[in-house]
Design a protein around this ligand. Structure first.
Ligand SMILES: [Fe+2]
Ligand SMILES: [Fe+2]
Length: 435
């Protein structure tokens, strides 16, 4: 830009426009009119309900859908009257990110196991074509919601669901049950999506579900773990634009790319999230060379050892590990463990993860593994090789033995009570306690 003043740089677009033929200029104007990053053009604007993501003891993510170019802040306070409230912008230092589809704000410096009240304030840019003269629409002030941060003093109560696969009727059954159970945190244990080729699809699934009880996650924070489908599609590698990763301060520099692994205290429960990745070996021709999950699983083995050794995690009476693909088969004789390349095979359970992670789970006394992927409820009791229970949640399919589930894990009288609900019938299909 040497030799060009700021003002002359701004004028470049106009100069270019003057130099192009009439017809092309019309096409350019039309393209500009369609570019949502140039503003809403005064079209009706909508900001969705907030979704609590990546919850921690002292941090909370707030993400929400927007219908056009907008900026957003979150106002929060430790009292419903918003006395001494704080206002937090999205992003980190420097330029505040704006977007045409989703906004996210991370609250930091919170107190553990403490209730906060909050609301989003979203302002559309009606015209951003001139950066020194952008025009803003009217701010949309969201409803007041509240949440409680996690921590050792929080209620030991976790609910897990999985394999909703963007089926609205299933998402509604799950959301209604989670809302009724009111856990301290919900775990969305993978296969939220099918194949994601654009951001709008991801926003609809994660932030703007077309269901009655979509607002459950405005008050109940959600920890997300990817399933194999959450790695499919030409857009999905950008999912952190919609699903907030864990706070970077939770991991050290060697773990920079473990963005969604979590280890948090939820009362007497240490809740740990692992990612089993795709369901076929990395060298499978169906991945076109795009799979890099084997080193990812190995890196998580080292992270798991460290996470379970953390004093606050080690001190928890109950240790619960969530991952999408089960660590034990339903049918030990016939279930593919995902370690060999075959034309139609895929991991019914994750043998590589079991072999790497089980010694760590055993060493640290993990009592429960929560998984999904099989689209059918199943319970694996501890056996000679592993001392943890495994509950596999149901998915989005219906039929004999097929139904969606919510697995409720609650500390009651010093025991972990694990109840699995068939949320299509609201019946209990599994019930056991861990002392
Ligand atoms: Fe699935
Ligand atoms: Fe799956």
């Amino acid at each position: 830009m040497a030799g060009l003043s700021r003002r002359s740089f701004i004028g470049v677009g106009a100069a270019f426009a003057a130099a192009v033929p009439e017809g092309a200029r019309g096409a350019e104007a039309e393209a500009a009119a369609r570019n949502p990053f140039l503003g809403t053009g005064g079209a009706p604007f909508r900001a969705g309900e907030p979704c609590l993501q990546a919850p921690g003891e002292t941090t909370m993510g707030v993400s929400w859908a927007v219908s056009g170019l907008a900026k957003g802040v979150v106002e929060f306070a430790d009292n419903p009257e918003f006395r001494n409230s704080k206002t937090v912008k999205s992003g980190g230092y420097g330029l505040v990110p704006i977007d045409t589809a989703a906004l996210g704000v991370r609250l930091e410096g919170l107190r553990p196991a403490t209730r906060y009240w909050y609301r989003t304030v979203t302002t559309p840019f009606t015209d951003y074509s001139n950066i020194y003269d952008a025009k803003m629409g009217e701010a949309v002030v969201g409803k007041v919601h509240s949440f409680k941060t996690l921590g050792a003093a929080a209620e030991g109560h976790v609910a897990m669901f999985c394999d909703t696969h963007a089926k609205a009727s299933v998402c509604q059954m799950v959301a209604a049950k989670v809302k009724e159970l009111k856990p301290s945190v919900a775990v969305w244990n993978g296969d939220a999506t099918n194949t994601t080729q654009d951001k709008a699809t991801a926003v609809k699934i994660f932030l703007d579900q077309p269901i009655d009880d979509a607002d459950y996650s405005a008050e109940i924070p959600v920890c997300f773990e990817s399933g194999n489908h959450d790695f499919r599609g030409s857009w999905i590698s950008r999912k952190e634009e919609v699903v907030m990763p864990r706070h970077p301060a939770e991991r050290d520099s060697s773990e920079w790319d473990l963005k969604w692994n979590f280890a948090v205290r939820v009362g007497d429960i240490a809740l740990v999230g692992m990612d089993t990745g795709e369901d076929k070996p990395d060298a499978h021709p169906k991945w076109f060379g795009l799979a890099n999950f084997e080193p990812y699983r190995r890196a998580q083995t080292a992270w798991l050892e460290k996470a379970l050794s953390r004093p606050d995690i080690a001190a928890a009476k109950f240790k619960v590990v969530c991952c999408h693909i089960p660590l034990q088969p339903i049918d030990p004789e016939n279930d593919d463990d995902g370690s060999t390349i075959t034309p139609h095979g895929y991991a019914r359970w994750q043998g590589e993860c079991y072999r790497m992670w089980n010694p760590v789970l055993e060493r640290h006394g993990v009592q429960l593994v929560l998984a999904g992927h099989r689209h059918r409820y199943h319970y694996n009791a501890p056996d000679a090789n592993h001392s943890w229970h495994q509950v596999i949640g149901g998915g989005c399919d219906f039929g004999p033995g097929l139904f969606p589930t919510v697995v409720d894990c609650k500390v009651e009288d010093g025991r972990l009570h694990v109840v699995t609900y068939d949320v299509s019938q609201n019946t209990v299909v599994g019930d056991f306690t861990i002392a």
